[in-house]
Design a protein around this ligand. Structure first.
Ligand code: PRP
Length: 215
């Protein structure tokens, strides 16, 4: 049987809607009173696992899920050994460097040498500043990174921007974008090669559904 790892949070609703369109119904995960983390879809064809977004590639990498849905931002940060199968189009956001709107920094190149940058995406932040040859200290945080510059703990942040409201409401502005991100369908490479649980058919149906939505 095919197992699909689904991310809690922002991407869940669209992920479930998309899977429903190809006949896999995991809508029970949208019931906030439901506490089950593994369910079988109504047709009995597939199992769904409800996991933290960052853990989706872990289940797929270890082959406990043959398919998973997760943001490109997480794939870029963690670089898991998984097959990147389909760009699903939803969940758009971008990875940006942001500073206090009142600061003099107009570009990452203006940041002081050995300045501090707070981020949940430490690898991404480190790689970016390394590529610019700017020595900086990365401060790893788990959330609310906007508080870094607000409190004076860091000069800048590297973080996800979606609507831009969080930056705006906290007096921060983007000074550059590192990359753009959308939700991706990922697969366990060996299972994909072996077509476990007839996953080629499901992937192809999802690819077609996404291309129809994009038209
Ligand atoms: C993410 C991100 C920003 C916010 C951006 O945080 O880290 O804080 O969303 O969204 P916006 O541009 O639409 O305002 P998340 O909601 O995951 O919370 P966290 O900071 O606690 O991780």
């Amino acid at each position: 049987m095919l197992t699909v790892a689904l991310p809690k949070g922002e991407l869940l609703q669209n992920s479930i809607r998309l899977l429903q369109s190809v006949g896999l119904d995991f809508s029970a995960f949208l019931d906030s009173k439901m506490r089950q983390l593994q369910i079988t879809d109504a047709s009995g064809q597939a199992k769904g696992l409800l996991v933290r977004g960052q853990d989706v590639p872990v289940y797929v990498e270890y082959g406990q899920a043959q398919l998973g849905i997760i943001g490109y931002d997480v794939l870029r940060e963690k670089k898991p050994q998984v097959a990147h199968l389909v760009d699903l189009g939803f969940g758009y956001c971008r990875m940006s460097v942001a500073v206090k709107a009142s600061s003099a920094y107009k570009s990452p190149l203006d940041l002081p040498a050995h300045g501090r940058v707070a981020s949940k995406y430490v690898n991404c932040a480190r790689e970016y500043f390394h590529s610019l040859d700017i020595p900086i200290e990365i401060i790893p945080l788990y959330g609310s990174v906007e508080l870094g510059p607000i409190t004076g703990m860091s000069e800048a942040i590297v973080d996800i921007v979606s609507t831009g409201r969080t930056l705006q409401e906290n007096g921060l502005i983007e000074i550059t974008t590192l990359y753009e991100s959308t939700a991706r369908l990922i697969g366990h490479p060996l299972s994909y090669r072996l077509n476990t649980g007839n996953m080629h058919q499901v992937v192809e149906k999802l690819r077609q559904e996404v291309s129809l939505i994009a038209v």
